[in-house]
Design a protein around this ligand. Structure first.
Ligand code: ZN
Length: 163
């Protein structure tokens, strides 16, 4: 335009050159800002990548723990089912009144309604029975229910009772 000689007024030309210069500065400033924004974007991307990686680690650890938990829960469930089966089988041969007594004592005695008599000692309260009590127990028929004098639990006679 200038070379074409279309701007004849030197003041107008000066003004236009001034505007051109200010536009060039503005472009340069904007390029700086763009660069800064891009650098910040890169930093943010790096940080985001790191967080995504951390999240991946945490998720993988969580699924490992979850799998271990589920396996343990399944094992315990299976053990519980086996014990319940065993208990049902054992209880099925028991007289009803004996089971009722056992359940009552179990509720009263912290979950232990019957205890083995071993080496003259009650397995429930650790009382050692004296010779005369042992003598009485020894003479009772095997289907007679024996109770501990101390803790009241059903005493189960065993081969090691010391009778
Ligand atoms: Zn006892």
């Amino acid at each position: 335009m200038i070379d074409a000689g279309q701007v004849k007024d030197p003041k107008a030309l000066q003004r236009m050159l001034g505007e051109l210069e200010s536009l060039r500065r503005r472009i340069s400033d904007l390029e700086d800002v763009e660069l800064e924004v891009m650098e910040r974007l890169e930093d943010t991307q790096v940080s985001l990548d790191r967080h995504v990686a951390e999240l991946g680690d945490v998720e993988s650890e969580r699924s490992t723990v979850q799998a271990a938990y589920e396996k343990t829960a399944a094992d315990l469930q299976a053990q519980l089912a086996a014990l319940q089966d065993e208990r049902r089988t054992t209880a099925s041969g028991m007289p009803e009144d004996l089971m009722a007594l056992y359940e009552k004592l179990r509720a009263q005695k912290g979950g232990v309604g019957a205890a083995a008599l071993r080496r003259r000692e009650c397995g429930g309260c650790r009382l050692t029975l004296n010779a005369s009590d042992l003598g009485i127990i020894a003479k009772l028929p095997s289907d007679e229910v024996v109770r501990c004098e101390e803790c009241n639990r059903i005493l189960v006679r065993t081969g090691e009772s010391g009778l």
